[in-house]
Ligand binder design. Structure first.
Ligand code: TYM
Length: 333
Protein backbone atom coordinates (compact mmCIF):
# COMPACT_ATOMS: atom_id res chain seq x y z
CA UNK A 1 0.00 0.00 0.00
CA UNK A 2 1.19 3.52 -0.75
CA UNK A 3 1.91 5.44 2.41
CA UNK A 4 1.61 8.96 3.75
CA UNK A 5 3.78 10.15 6.64
CA UNK A 6 3.96 13.43 8.50
CA UNK A 7 5.09 14.73 11.87
CA UNK A 8 4.76 17.62 14.29
CA UNK A 9 7.15 18.67 17.04
CA UNK A 10 5.89 18.58 20.64
CA UNK A 11 7.93 21.70 21.34
CA UNK A 12 5.05 23.86 22.56
CA UNK A 13 1.32 24.16 22.05
CA UNK A 14 -0.31 23.56 18.67
CA UNK A 15 -0.95 26.73 16.68
CA UNK A 16 -3.60 27.58 14.10
CA UNK A 17 -0.73 27.28 11.58
CA UNK A 18 -0.10 23.65 12.56
CA UNK A 19 -3.83 22.93 12.54
CA UNK A 20 -4.63 24.42 9.13
CA UNK A 21 -1.27 23.76 7.47
CA UNK A 22 -0.87 20.21 8.69
CA UNK A 23 -3.48 18.47 10.89
CA UNK A 24 -6.54 19.17 8.72
CA UNK A 25 -4.56 17.80 5.75
CA UNK A 26 -3.73 14.71 7.77
CA UNK A 27 -7.39 13.98 8.48
CA UNK A 28 -8.18 14.52 4.77
CA UNK A 29 -5.61 11.89 3.79
CA UNK A 30 -6.88 9.51 6.45
CA UNK A 31 -10.50 9.90 5.40
CA UNK A 32 -9.76 9.61 1.70
CA UNK A 33 -8.53 6.08 2.40
CA UNK A 34 -6.28 5.84 -0.66
CA UNK A 35 -3.09 5.53 1.42
CA UNK A 36 -2.03 4.06 4.70
CA UNK A 37 -1.46 7.08 6.97
CA UNK A 38 1.22 7.40 9.66
CA UNK A 39 1.32 10.49 11.91
CA UNK A 40 4.03 11.19 14.42
CA UNK A 41 4.91 13.35 17.39
CA UNK A 42 8.60 13.99 16.81
CA UNK A 43 10.00 14.19 20.34
CA UNK A 44 13.56 13.45 19.16
CA UNK A 45 13.38 16.51 16.93
CA UNK A 46 12.05 18.63 19.79
CA UNK A 47 15.18 18.04 21.92
CA UNK A 48 17.46 19.56 19.27
CA UNK A 49 16.81 22.68 21.36
CA UNK A 50 16.53 22.47 25.18
CA UNK A 51 13.23 21.06 26.57
CA UNK A 52 12.37 20.67 30.22
CA UNK A 53 11.61 16.94 30.67
CA UNK A 54 8.19 17.33 32.32
CA UNK A 55 7.18 19.94 29.76
CA UNK A 56 8.22 17.67 26.88
CA UNK A 57 6.20 14.78 28.32
CA UNK A 58 3.17 17.04 28.79
CA UNK A 59 3.48 18.57 25.31
CA UNK A 60 3.81 15.16 23.67
CA UNK A 61 0.60 13.93 25.30
CA UNK A 62 -1.17 17.20 24.53
CA UNK A 63 -0.10 16.97 20.88
CA UNK A 64 -1.50 13.44 20.80
CA UNK A 65 -4.77 14.79 22.26
CA UNK A 66 -4.71 17.45 19.52
CA UNK A 67 -4.42 14.81 16.80
CA UNK A 68 -7.25 12.77 18.30
CA UNK A 69 -9.50 15.79 18.90
CA UNK A 70 -9.00 16.87 15.29
CA UNK A 71 -10.23 13.54 13.95
CA UNK A 72 -7.18 11.34 13.63
CA UNK A 73 -8.49 7.86 14.35
CA UNK A 74 -5.80 5.62 15.90
CA UNK A 75 -7.40 2.59 14.27
CA UNK A 76 -7.46 3.97 10.73
CA UNK A 77 -4.14 5.81 11.00
CA UNK A 78 -0.97 4.77 12.79
CA UNK A 79 -0.41 7.39 15.49
CA UNK A 80 3.01 7.33 17.15
CA UNK A 81 5.59 9.10 19.23
CA UNK A 82 8.95 9.04 17.44
CA UNK A 83 11.19 7.79 20.27
CA UNK A 84 8.87 4.81 20.81
CA UNK A 85 9.74 3.50 17.34
CA UNK A 86 13.53 3.19 17.61
CA UNK A 87 14.05 2.40 13.91
CA UNK A 88 13.62 6.12 13.13
CA UNK A 89 16.80 6.97 15.06
CA UNK A 90 18.61 3.89 13.76
CA UNK A 91 17.97 4.77 10.14
CA UNK A 92 18.86 8.39 10.90
CA UNK A 93 22.39 7.26 11.79
CA UNK A 94 22.79 5.60 8.40
CA UNK A 95 21.52 8.80 6.76
CA UNK A 96 23.98 10.89 8.80
CA UNK A 97 26.63 8.96 6.92
CA UNK A 98 24.93 9.49 3.54
CA UNK A 99 24.04 13.19 3.77
CA UNK A 100 26.81 15.76 3.25
CA UNK A 101 27.74 18.58 5.64
CA UNK A 102 27.29 21.04 2.78
CA UNK A 103 23.67 19.95 2.20
CA UNK A 104 22.81 20.46 5.85
CA UNK A 105 24.55 23.82 5.98
CA UNK A 106 22.31 25.10 3.19
CA UNK A 107 19.05 24.42 5.06
CA UNK A 108 17.32 27.76 5.74
CA UNK A 109 15.79 26.45 8.98
CA UNK A 110 19.27 25.56 10.26
CA UNK A 111 20.52 29.02 9.32
CA UNK A 112 17.55 30.73 11.02
CA UNK A 113 17.61 28.60 14.17
CA UNK A 114 21.37 28.47 14.71
CA UNK A 115 21.58 32.20 14.01
CA UNK A 116 24.85 34.03 14.48
CA UNK A 117 26.18 31.48 16.93
CA UNK A 118 26.26 28.17 15.04
CA UNK A 119 29.18 26.99 17.20
CA UNK A 120 26.84 26.82 20.20
CA UNK A 121 24.00 25.00 18.38
CA UNK A 122 23.55 21.30 19.10
CA UNK A 123 24.88 18.74 16.64
CA UNK A 124 21.31 17.38 16.59
CA UNK A 125 19.97 20.68 15.25
CA UNK A 126 22.41 20.44 12.34
CA UNK A 127 21.57 16.78 11.64
CA UNK A 128 17.81 17.38 12.10
CA UNK A 129 16.89 16.93 8.40
CA UNK A 130 18.58 13.50 8.25
CA UNK A 131 16.32 12.32 11.08
CA UNK A 132 13.36 13.79 9.24
CA UNK A 133 14.33 11.87 6.10
CA UNK A 134 14.55 8.72 8.23
CA UNK A 135 11.05 9.38 9.67
CA UNK A 136 9.64 9.35 6.16
CA UNK A 137 11.76 6.68 4.51
CA UNK A 138 11.59 4.10 7.32
CA UNK A 139 7.98 3.72 6.07
CA UNK A 140 8.88 4.05 2.37
CA UNK A 141 6.31 6.87 2.42
CA UNK A 142 5.81 8.68 -0.88
CA UNK A 143 3.55 11.58 0.13
CA UNK A 144 4.24 14.05 2.93
CA UNK A 145 1.62 16.73 3.70
CA UNK A 146 3.39 19.74 5.22
CA UNK A 147 3.33 23.53 5.34
CA UNK A 148 5.50 25.58 2.99
CA UNK A 149 8.34 25.89 5.54
CA UNK A 150 9.14 22.16 5.32
CA UNK A 151 9.53 22.00 1.53
CA UNK A 152 13.31 22.25 1.55
CA UNK A 153 13.57 19.39 4.05
CA UNK A 154 11.47 17.13 1.82
CA UNK A 155 13.69 17.96 -1.13
CA UNK A 156 16.69 16.97 0.98
CA UNK A 157 14.89 13.70 1.78
CA UNK A 158 14.84 12.96 -1.95
CA UNK A 159 18.55 13.79 -2.22
CA UNK A 160 19.36 11.41 0.63
CA UNK A 161 17.23 8.62 -0.89
CA UNK A 162 18.84 9.15 -4.29
CA UNK A 163 22.38 9.13 -2.92
CA UNK A 164 21.74 6.01 -0.83
CA UNK A 165 20.26 4.20 -3.85
CA UNK A 166 23.14 5.33 -6.05
CA UNK A 167 25.97 4.58 -3.58
CA UNK A 168 24.70 1.07 -2.87
CA UNK A 169 23.47 0.37 -6.40
CA UNK A 170 19.91 -0.36 -5.28
CA UNK A 171 16.44 0.96 -5.98
CA UNK A 172 15.32 0.77 -2.38
CA UNK A 173 14.14 4.13 -1.03
CA UNK A 174 11.33 5.86 -2.98
CA UNK A 175 11.29 9.50 -4.07
CA UNK A 176 9.08 11.52 -1.73
CA UNK A 177 6.59 14.18 -2.81
CA UNK A 178 5.81 17.10 -0.52
CA UNK A 179 2.08 17.84 -0.60
CA UNK A 180 1.63 21.57 -0.04
CA UNK A 181 -1.88 22.64 -1.04
CA UNK A 182 -4.67 25.07 -0.28
CA UNK A 183 -4.96 28.49 1.35
CA UNK A 184 -3.17 27.54 4.57
CA UNK A 185 0.31 26.47 3.50
CA UNK A 186 1.82 29.47 5.29
CA UNK A 187 -0.31 31.09 8.01
CA UNK A 188 1.30 34.31 9.16
CA UNK A 189 1.59 36.08 12.51
CA UNK A 190 -1.54 38.03 13.48
CA UNK A 191 0.76 40.91 14.36
CA UNK A 192 3.01 40.86 11.28
CA UNK A 193 1.79 39.45 7.97
CA UNK A 194 5.34 38.99 6.72
CA UNK A 195 6.33 36.60 9.54
CA UNK A 196 5.24 32.97 9.92
CA UNK A 197 2.83 32.19 12.78
CA UNK A 198 4.99 30.19 15.16
CA UNK A 199 4.76 28.52 18.56
CA UNK A 200 8.12 30.08 19.45
CA UNK A 201 7.08 33.71 18.77
CA UNK A 202 7.46 35.58 22.10
CA UNK A 203 4.34 37.65 21.31
CA UNK A 204 1.37 35.59 22.52
CA UNK A 205 -1.15 37.68 20.52
CA UNK A 206 0.68 36.75 17.29
CA UNK A 207 -0.83 33.27 17.25
CA UNK A 208 -3.94 31.28 18.03
CA UNK A 209 -3.26 28.18 20.10
CA UNK A 210 -5.46 25.13 19.89
CA UNK A 211 -5.80 25.35 23.67
CA UNK A 212 -7.18 28.94 23.56
CA UNK A 213 -10.75 29.35 24.75
CA UNK A 214 -13.45 31.07 22.68
CA UNK A 215 -12.83 34.41 24.35
CA UNK A 216 -9.08 34.39 23.67
CA UNK A 217 -9.58 33.33 20.04
CA UNK A 218 -12.08 36.15 19.39
CA UNK A 219 -9.90 38.76 21.11
CA UNK A 220 -6.77 37.83 19.18
CA UNK A 221 -8.58 37.97 15.84
CA UNK A 222 -10.21 41.31 16.60
CA UNK A 223 -6.82 42.76 17.55
CA UNK A 224 -5.06 41.29 14.51
CA UNK A 225 -3.14 43.76 12.37
CA UNK A 226 -4.87 44.97 9.18
CA UNK A 227 -4.56 47.89 6.79
CA UNK A 228 -7.19 50.64 6.52
CA UNK A 229 -8.63 49.52 3.14
CA UNK A 230 -11.75 47.35 2.74
CA UNK A 231 -11.62 43.82 1.32
CA UNK A 232 -10.92 43.70 -2.41
CA UNK A 233 -13.20 41.73 -4.75
CA UNK A 234 -10.38 39.74 -6.34
CA UNK A 235 -7.15 37.99 -5.42
CA UNK A 236 -5.03 40.61 -7.24
CA UNK A 237 -6.39 43.20 -4.81
CA UNK A 238 -4.47 41.47 -1.97
CA UNK A 239 -1.15 42.25 -3.66
CA UNK A 240 1.15 44.08 -1.22
CA UNK A 241 -1.32 43.61 1.67
CA UNK A 242 0.18 40.73 3.72
CA UNK A 243 -1.96 41.24 6.84
CA UNK A 244 -5.19 41.39 4.85
CA UNK A 245 -4.17 38.39 2.78
CA UNK A 246 -3.42 36.37 5.91
CA UNK A 247 -6.88 36.94 7.44
CA UNK A 248 -8.56 36.04 4.15
CA UNK A 249 -6.42 32.90 3.87
CA UNK A 250 -7.39 31.87 7.39
CA UNK A 251 -11.07 32.45 6.61
CA UNK A 252 -10.81 30.43 3.39
CA UNK A 253 -9.03 27.54 5.12
CA UNK A 254 -11.45 27.45 8.08
CA UNK A 255 -14.50 27.59 5.83
CA UNK A 256 -12.99 25.10 3.35
CA UNK A 257 -13.55 27.47 0.45
CA UNK A 258 -11.24 29.23 -2.00
CA UNK A 259 -9.73 32.67 -1.44
CA UNK A 260 -11.46 33.87 -4.63
CA UNK A 261 -14.88 32.79 -3.30
CA UNK A 262 -14.29 34.44 0.09
CA UNK A 263 -13.34 37.70 -1.64
CA UNK A 264 -16.27 37.57 -4.05
CA UNK A 265 -18.66 37.16 -1.11
CA UNK A 266 -17.08 39.99 0.93
CA UNK A 267 -16.19 42.55 -1.75
CA UNK A 268 -15.88 46.01 -0.18
CA UNK A 269 -16.51 44.87 3.41
CA UNK A 270 -14.57 46.73 6.11
CA UNK A 271 -12.09 44.63 8.10
CA UNK A 272 -13.80 45.48 11.37
CA UNK A 273 -16.84 43.48 10.23
CA UNK A 274 -14.83 40.80 8.46
CA UNK A 275 -12.82 40.16 11.62
CA UNK A 276 -16.06 39.71 13.54
CA UNK A 277 -17.16 37.05 11.00
CA UNK A 278 -13.73 35.43 11.14
CA UNK A 279 -13.77 35.35 14.94
CA UNK A 280 -17.20 33.64 14.91
CA UNK A 281 -16.02 31.10 12.33
CA UNK A 282 -12.78 30.40 14.21
CA UNK A 283 -14.61 29.89 17.50
CA UNK A 284 -17.16 27.57 15.85
CA UNK A 285 -14.40 25.46 14.30
CA UNK A 286 -11.76 25.49 17.03
CA UNK A 287 -13.62 25.57 20.35
CA UNK A 288 -14.87 21.95 20.00
CA UNK A 289 -11.31 20.80 19.24
CA UNK A 290 -9.92 22.60 22.25
CA UNK A 291 -12.57 21.26 24.64
CA UNK A 292 -12.11 17.71 23.33
CA UNK A 293 -8.34 18.09 23.87
CA UNK A 294 -8.95 19.16 27.45
CA UNK A 295 -11.24 16.16 27.98
CA UNK A 296 -8.67 13.72 26.58
CA UNK A 297 -5.92 15.23 28.74
CA UNK A 298 -7.83 14.14 31.84
CA UNK A 299 -6.81 10.57 31.07
CA UNK A 300 -3.10 10.57 30.16
CA UNK A 301 -2.89 6.80 30.72
CA UNK A 302 -5.31 6.26 27.84
CA UNK A 303 -3.15 8.50 25.62
CA UNK A 304 -0.09 6.45 26.58
CA UNK A 305 -1.96 3.24 25.69
CA UNK A 306 -2.86 4.64 22.27
CA UNK A 307 0.78 5.57 21.63
CA UNK A 308 2.07 2.18 22.78
CA UNK A 309 -0.35 0.44 20.44
CA UNK A 310 0.62 2.80 17.61
CA UNK A 311 4.31 1.99 18.12
CA UNK A 312 3.56 -1.73 17.97
CA UNK A 313 1.74 -1.36 14.66
CA UNK A 314 4.43 0.97 13.27
CA UNK A 315 7.19 -1.51 14.06
CA UNK A 316 5.57 -4.15 11.86
CA UNK A 317 6.58 -1.82 9.03
CA UNK A 318 9.81 -0.27 10.33
CA UNK A 319 11.65 -3.35 11.62
CA UNK A 320 11.73 -5.15 8.24
CA UNK A 321 12.73 -1.97 6.39
CA UNK A 322 15.59 -1.35 8.82
CA UNK A 323 16.71 -4.98 8.47
CA UNK A 324 16.82 -4.68 4.70
CA UNK A 325 18.72 -1.40 4.98
CA UNK A 326 21.35 -2.93 7.30
CA UNK A 327 21.67 -5.82 4.91
CA UNK A 328 22.24 -3.48 1.93
CA UNK A 329 24.84 -1.50 3.92
CA UNK A 330 26.73 -4.67 4.90
CA UNK A 331 26.03 -5.04 8.59
CA UNK A 332 26.34 -8.58 9.93
CA UNK A 333 22.92 -9.61 11.20
P1 TYM B 1 6.66 21.76 12.95
O1 TYM B 1 6.45 21.04 14.22
O2 TYM B 1 7.40 23.06 12.97
O3 TYM B 1 5.28 22.02 12.24
C1 TYM B 1 4.36 20.96 12.02
C2 TYM B 1 3.61 21.15 10.71
O4 TYM B 1 2.89 22.41 10.74
C3 TYM B 1 3.26 23.18 9.61
N1 TYM B 1 3.24 24.60 10.00
C4 TYM B 1 2.57 25.55 9.36
N2 TYM B 1 1.78 25.50 8.28
C5 TYM B 1 1.23 26.67 7.86
N3 TYM B 1 1.43 27.86 8.48
C6 TYM B 1 2.22 27.94 9.58
N4 TYM B 1 2.41 29.10 10.19
C7 TYM B 1 2.83 26.76 10.06
N5 TYM B 1 3.65 26.47 11.11
C8 TYM B 1 3.90 25.16 11.06
C9 TYM B 1 4.65 22.72 9.23
O5 TYM B 1 4.97 23.03 7.90
C10 TYM B 1 4.56 21.24 9.50
O6 TYM B 1 3.95 20.59 8.40
N6 TYM B 1 10.41 19.18 10.85
C11 TYM B 1 8.98 19.22 11.07
C12 TYM B 1 8.47 17.99 11.79
C13 TYM B 1 8.85 16.70 11.14
C14 TYM B 1 8.31 16.15 9.95
C15 TYM B 1 8.96 14.91 9.77
C16 TYM B 1 7.34 16.59 9.04
C17 TYM B 1 9.76 15.81 11.59
N7 TYM B 1 9.82 14.72 10.78
C18 TYM B 1 8.67 14.10 8.66
C19 TYM B 1 7.07 15.79 7.95
C20 TYM B 1 7.72 14.57 7.77
C21 TYM B 1 8.65 20.44 11.92
O7 TYM B 1 9.46 20.97 12.61
O8 TYM B 1 7.34 20.80 11.86
Amino acid sequence: TPRVFSGIQPSGGLTLGNYLGAITKFTDWQNRGTHQTVFCMVDLHAITVPQAPETLRHNTRELCAGFLASGIDPERSILINQSQVPEHAQLAWIFNCVARMGWMGRMTQWKDKSGKNAEAASLGLFAYPALMAADILIYHATHVPVGEDQKQHIELTRDIAAKFNHDYGVDFFPMTEPVIEGAATRIMSLKDGTKKMSKSDPVEASRINLTDDADAIAKKIKKAKTDPDPLPGTVEGLEGRPDARNLVNIYAALSESSVADVLAANDGKMFGYFKQDLADLAVTKLAPVSSEMARLMQDPAEIDRILARGAERAREITVPILERTYDIVGMVR
